[in-house]
Design a protein around this ligand. Sequence first.
Ligand code: PNS
Length: 161
Amino acid sequence: MRRVAVCPGSFDPVTRGHLDIITRASKLFDKVIVLISINAGKAKPSFTATERMLMIEAVTRNLDNVVIDVLDGLLADYVRDVGAIAIVKGLRAVSDFEYEFQMALANKKLYAGAETVFLTTASENMYLSSSVVKQIAYFGGDISHFVPEEILEDIKKRLVK
Ligand code: PNS
């Protein structure tokens, strides 16, 4: 049986923290679907879904069992439809926990056939988020430690004010 996992997120833009989680998930499952999803609680994204997809494609090229998809709907429905057994998310700090726990329980209620699996973020990525990257980039700060090299220039081009 092929064990499929879905790794959902806004990825606006993908960071080194995301890439670490995707890479580690790719070692645990036969196939990982990185799913660009809509977080209705967040402001309008800075990058279009296609731009985010191209960036993720560029940084996951060496991961043979990783594919990318875009979702405009409920994660639980998608997970059921593709037959995935897990939703993989990174946990940075206690501050992430309540929100992630809430989503994991809601998703389990909507579709009981998959488990949410949390991977602890690598210590060097503890403070990292797409919004931190965006703020630093906007004011011309150095984001090279935060985003994969392949997409550094694309991000700067778009975000530096
Ligand atoms: O990277 P984020 O913004 O923390 O990811 C949150 C995301 C996109 C995974 C979440 O908002 C989501 O699953 N959106 C899809 C719509 C959905 O199923 N919402 C209910 C989740 S309980």
